[in-house]
Structure formats: structure tokens, C-alpha cells
Design a protein around this ligand. Structure first.
Ligand code: DQA
Length: 147
């Protein structure tokens, strides 16, 4: 099994960014937790955070045929990016969409996602634990490539 974690714009600021909404756990904390979890499960783990839509898209293209599943928190690109949706579909990669906050409890413009109808699963409102839940789910439910 192999999993690619992608985080979109502003998620590099986790821990200090609007802590009442997103908590105090930092992105390096999350990556360390997931790396440990994946090691325990014998899953190869890679990650990328970018504030640039095209960088995320390029990474998705690179992952085509190389990883079994993507766990992605697209940040605000969730609500704007047809291009990110198309990249995930073009790469034919099963993905789990993660949001730290419960986007449905927030502004109406956060209620629509360009990815959710294509996601294997959507997790929101679990805080940063959502990433762990996503990796757990992906490791159990998404078939390894070529199997
Ligand atoms: C987010 C929710 C988005 O609406 C927001 O733009 C983010 C983070 C979340 O993790 O809750 O940047 O994806």
C-alpha cells in the first residue's frame, strides 16, 4: 500500500491559523503522526503541502499509477477548483477528502465541494484526527494497485 497526503493553501499555517476553528496541532505534528501510523501498517507515505494549485496538480499527475490512494485537504480550493477535481479524475486515483472543520456549520460558500461527489469518503469536523481516520480508512478499504 502507498498513500499520498496532499494539503492545499494555508494549511502550512496550521497550529497558529484561526486555532478556534483549526486547533493547535501543526502540519509537522500531523505528518509525524501519519508517518508513524503508516510505518506501523507497512504503508509507504509521501506528503506535499502547497499554496499553489498548479503545484498540487503536478504532484497528482506524478502520482498517477504510483500510489494506491490520496488523502487530500484541498483547503479553499475545495470550493473553487474544477482543475483539482479534473486532475484527480485524470490520474484515476481514489481519494479521501478531509476537512478539519465542519464546513457545513460554516459559511454557505464552504458547503459545496468540487471533489466530494468523486471522493471515496469525505471527513469533516473531526479536527486533525480526521487525517488519521482517513489513512485508517484508505489502508483498509482501498485496494492496492494491480490487486
Ligand atoms: C478546510 C475548510 C476550507 O473551507 C478552508 O478554506 C480551509 C480548511 C478545513 O480543513 O476545514 O482552508 O479545508
Amino acid at each position: 500500500h502507498s498513500i499520498l497526503l496532499l494539503n492545499g493553501p494555508n494549511l502550512n499555517l496550521l497550529g497558529t491559523r484561526e486555532p478556534t476553528t483549526y486547533g493547535t496541532t501543526t502540519l509537522p505534528d500531523i505528518i509525524a503522526t501519519l508517518a508513524t501510523l503508516c510505518t506501523q501498517k507497512n504503508i509507504a507515505f509521501a506528503h506535499l503541502q502547497s499554496n499553489h494549485e498548479g503545484v498540487l496538480i503536478d504532484r497528482i499527475h506524478e502520482a498517477r499509477g504510483q500510489v494506491d490512494a490520496v488523502v487530500i485537504n484541498p483547503g479553499a480550493l475545495t470550493h473553487t477548483s474544477v482543475a483539482l477535481r479534473d486532475a484527480l479524475l485524470a490520474a484515476d486515483l481514489p481519494f479521501v477528502e478531509v476537512h478539519i472543520s465542519n464546513v457545513h456549520k460554516r459559511e454557505p460558500f464552504r458547503h459545496h465541494s468540487y471533489l466530494s461527489d468523486k471522493a471515496e469518503a469525505v471527513i469533516c469536523g473531526l479536527g486533525t484526527y480526521g487525517y488519521e481516520a482517513a489513512v485508517e480508512f484508505a489502508s483498509r478499504s482501498i485496494q492496492p494497485r494491480g490487486k
